[in-house]
Design a protein around this ligand. Structure first.
Ligand code: PLP
Length: 362
């Protein structure tokens, strides 16, 4: 067999691409820490500690796996239409919100184009930009991590095409207001509002979609509905834009188990929102408990996580100590978050274990 020099034929900007800093899976954490998987407290992925709905689990078990899913997503779009109050034509479903982010880059970003991110924020947008050969303008959030709208507007240049706003922001928990988003929509650029944690905040700008062809609202079933492992999310946008997404997406992008689980979950909304309420109550309890510890600040959050800030150079030590006890949280390597880590809200007993460990360490 002939040999080829892969590095010579791969697209040049991808030869040394900086990859996504993904969180580790439970089995990896168990192996590295030497703690059995069943004893690990995994608070690094903003996952739902109550899992999915029983209706979703039953639906997956009863789904024929040898049949391709519907490329038109008809049943999913109808179910999401009932849930969101938007028309099915305004909805596109993806293999996680992550796939929709990737599709945004396929549709809009060519090499040399630029996106604008409000830092610190979710890393997928800049990762996808790197893969697409696009550039990223990282506009800093203000001192309380709110969006600095005038800095964003001043940061736009002739190659900027898309502004990404995460609301609630991951990892800082801030909400973007409707007036901030309206002001950004006025720029005429594409504005993506990532509402992955919408159900925990109750705040949305989906009502702006009908009048703004340049707005995309992203949501996911990973967090509130506990379907992270199945990968299913959706976008709400103008019909014209949705048609482009439907044209370029892989035909069977959402697998049939995810489809069945999404539809069954939307038939069990009260149960799932009950779990969301439990998580919100637990988040608020955890917020008080962390802020009662010396030398730690938990930032207010509208998501299912809290960002904690420690004294200078302390975060890494505490992160490592927690990990050796089997408690895994999410740390960051960006300069602004060097003294912080993010903790997902788990069950009450997860919080109690975490607080006891933090008390001993801090
Ligand atoms: C802000 C934000 N958007 C999107 C996602 C990805 O969602 P999904 O699991 O649907 O791909 C996450 C996951 O952590 C997130 O935090």
């Amino acid at each position: 067999m002939g040999k080829i020099d892969i590095e010579k034929i791969i697209r040049p900007h991808l030869v040394n691409v900086k990859t996504y800093d993904a969180m580790e899976a439970p089995e990896t954490l168990a192996r590295k820490s030497g703690i059995p998987e069943s004893e690990i407290i995994k608070l690094n992925g903003n996952e739902n500690p109550y899992g999915g709905s029983q209706k979703a689990i039953d639906a997956v078990a009863n789904t024929p796996l040898h049949i391709y899913p519907d490329p038109n997503q008809t049943n999913m779009r109808m179910a999401l239409s009932r849930y969101t109050g938007m028309s099915p034509e305004n909805i596109v479903v993806g293999s996680g919100a992550d796939e929709l982010i990737d599709l945004i880059f396929r549709l809009f970003i060519s090499e040399g184009d630029k996106i604008l991110d409000c830092e610190p924020t979710f890393g997928m947008y800049s990762f996808c930009a790197r893969i697409a050969g696009g550039a990223v303008n990282l506009v800093q959030r203000d001192e309380i991590f709110d969006i600095d709208v005038s800095a964003v507007i001043n940061g736009i240049d002739e190659v900027t095409k898309v502004i990404f706003i995460t609301s609630p922001n991951n990892p800082t928990g801030n909400i973007a207001t409707e007036s901030q988003i309206s002001e950004l929509l006025e720029t005429g650029l594409l504005v993506v509002v990532d509402e992955a944690y919408y159900e925990f905040s109750g705040r949305t700008v989906q009502n702006l979609v009908s009048e703004n062809e340049n707005l995309i609202v992203l949501r996911t079933m990973s967090k509130w509905a506990g379907l992270a492992g199945l990968r299913v999310g959706y976008g709400i946008m103008h019909k014209k834009l949705a048609n482009f997404f439907m044209d370029v997406k892989p035909p069977y992008n959402v697998n049939i188990a995810a489809e069945a689980a999404l539809i069954a979950s939307l038939d069990d909304v009260d149960y799932l929102l009950g779990n969301v309420n439990k998580i919100i109550t637990e988040r608020d309890r955890m917020f008080e408990l962390i802020n009662a510890l010396p030398s730690v600040k938990a930032w207010p959050s509208h998501g299912n996580y809290l960002m904690c800030e420690f004294q200078k150079n302390e975060a890494e030590r505490i992160y490592v100590e927690l990990a050796t006890q089997g408690i895994f949280v999410r740390n960051f390597n960006s300069p602004r978050l060097r003294d912080c880590f993010r903790i997902a809200v788990g069950t009450s007993s997860d919080t109690d274990n975490l607080i006891a460990a933090m008390k001993a360490i801090v």
